[in-house]
Design a protein around this ligand. Structure first.
Ligand code: PLP
Length: 202
C-alpha cells in the first residue's frame, strides 16, 4: 500500500463527505444521470493503480470480472474499456466464422430506435443490417410487439437496450427470441440507474 495514498486518503474522504450528504436508499434514491456516482472508494482504488503504475489488466480487473459474474449468476464476465467496445466484442464473437450457429453477415439485427450510436454501428461493422423498431413512449424501451412485427426470415438477433438502466420486458423478449431461435443480446446504458418508471429489476 502506498504511503502517498495513505497521506491523501483523509482528504479524499473529507472531500466526498462534504458532497454526499444524503443517505442512499436502494430502490428509492434517484441517481442523476449526468453526475458520476463514484465516491472516495473508487478514487482511492484509481489512485492506488495510478501510483503503482500498473494501469492495464491485472488483479483488480480479474477481481472485478469474478465479482461481476457472481453478481449476475453467470459463469464468466469480461471487462472491456467501454460500452461501445462491449457491443462490438459481443457481435464480433457471435459473427466469428469459428462459431457454430454464428450470426451470418447480411442478416438483420433488431434494435430500438431510441439508443446510442454504438448500439447501431457495431451491427454494421460486422456486416449485418440494423433494423430499428419503435420504443414504448413511457419506458423508452424496445416494444416486444414491434419486435415481433419486424422479424422476418433475414432476422438473426434482437439487441434490446436497457435504456438509462431501466430493464426492458426481458421475459417477453426471451420468449420471442427463443420461439424463433434468435440471439438476444442486451446492451445496457447506466447499469446502476434506479429511477425506472416501470418494471421490476430483472
Ligand atoms: C445504450 C448505450 N450503449 C453504449 C453506449 C456507449 O458506452 P461508452 O460511452 O462506454 O462507449 C452508450 C453511451 O451512452 C449507450 O447509451
Amino acid at each position: 500500500m502506498s504511503e502517498t495514498l495513505d497521506r491523501v486518503r483523509p482528504y479524499i474522504r473529507k472531500h466526498f463527505q462534504a458532497r454526499d450528504k444524503h443517505e442512499f436508499v436502494p430502490g428509492k434514491t434517484k441517481i442523476p444521470l449526468i453526475i458520476p456516482s463514484y465516491g472516495a472508494d473508487e478514487v482511492e482504488e484509481a489512485l492506488e493503480s495510478m501510483l503503482s503504475t500498473w494501469v492495464t489488466m491485472g488483479k483488480k480487473v480479474k477481481r472485478f470480472e469474478e465479482m461481476f459474474a457472481e453478481y449476475l449468476g453467470s459463469k464468466h464476465a469480461v471487462m472491456v474499456n467501454s460500452g461501445s467496445s462491449a457491443n462490438l466484442l459481443t457481435l464480433s464473437v457471435l459473427t466469428n466464422p469459428l462459431l457454430q450457429d454464428r450470426i451470418m453477415p447480411r442478416t438483420e439485427i433488431i434494435t430500438p430506435a431510441v439508443t446510442w450510436a454504438t448500439t447501431v454501428y457495431p451491427i454494421a461493422n460486422v456486416g449485418c443490417t440494423p433494423v430499428l423498431v419503435d420504443v414504448n413512449p413511457e419506458t423508452m424501451n424496445i416494444e416486444p410487439e414491434e419486435v415481433k412485427k419486424a422479424i422476418d426470415p433475414q432476422t438473426s438477433a434482437i439487441m434490446p437496450v436497457h435504456l438509462l438502466g431501466c430493464p426492458c420486458e426481458v421475459d417477453e423478449l426471451v420468449k420471442v427470441a427463443s420461439d424463433r431461435n434468435l440471439y438476444l443480446l442486451s446492451g445496457t446504458w447506466a447499469l446502476s440507474a434506479s429511477s425506472c418508471p416501470t418494471t421490476s429489476p430483472q
